[in-house]
Design a protein around this ligand. Structure first.
Ligand code: ZN
Length: 153
């Protein structure tokens, strides 16, 4: 396999200087994501990924954050109370997506089915036993909505 030739009439590729390399290593060590490194260096994702591999640096994202049983219980209780995933993420010092991913796996019970969880109804805000993430209206509001749409069950 031949090595790509830089600047051979094609789109200029980002050339990483020793300072760039040092910055990549520093950012990766501080827990920055590949995306964050790309933005910091104004470089493309492929270029940065290749550079990380070349430098032998592994980017560890916060997605590998290990939740304790107490944090899991907290997350579920706060979601049930109507707190947003962003607020919980902020308090735990993890990413928003990490909370969403954790919530999804927590709500899948051992049988692989969403656990019944008390959630606030999207319409009247009263907590009710929800069948899963897709069930966000309490029985009364579902009946009300059906009646309003002229759909009599
Ligand atoms: Zn309701």
């Amino acid at each position: 396999m031949t090595r790509p030739v830089f600047g051979a009439g094609r789109i200029a590729r980002r050339i990483f200087t020793p300072e760039d390399d040092a910055e990549i290593v520093r950012l990766a060590a501080s827990g920055a994501s590949v995306r964050a490194i790309c933005m910091a260096l104004s470089a493309g994702r492929r270029g940065v990924a290749a550079r990380l591999a070349h430098l032998g640096v592994t980017v560890t994202t916060r997605a590998s954050y290990a939740f304790t049983a107490k944090e899991d219980a907290d997350i579920l209780a706060r979601l049930a109370a109507g707190d947003s995933a962003s607020a919980i993420a902020r308090d735990l010092g993890v990413g928003h997506q990490t909370i969403l991913g954790r919530t999804a796996s927590l709500e899948l019970g051992r049988a692989g089915r969403p656990a019944r969880l008390r959630r606030p109804c999207l319409r009247c805000r009263v907590p009710f036993a929800s069948d899963g993430p897709g069930n966000r209206l309490c029985r009364r509001c579902v009946d009300y909505a059906a009646e309003q749409s002229g759909c009599l069950l």
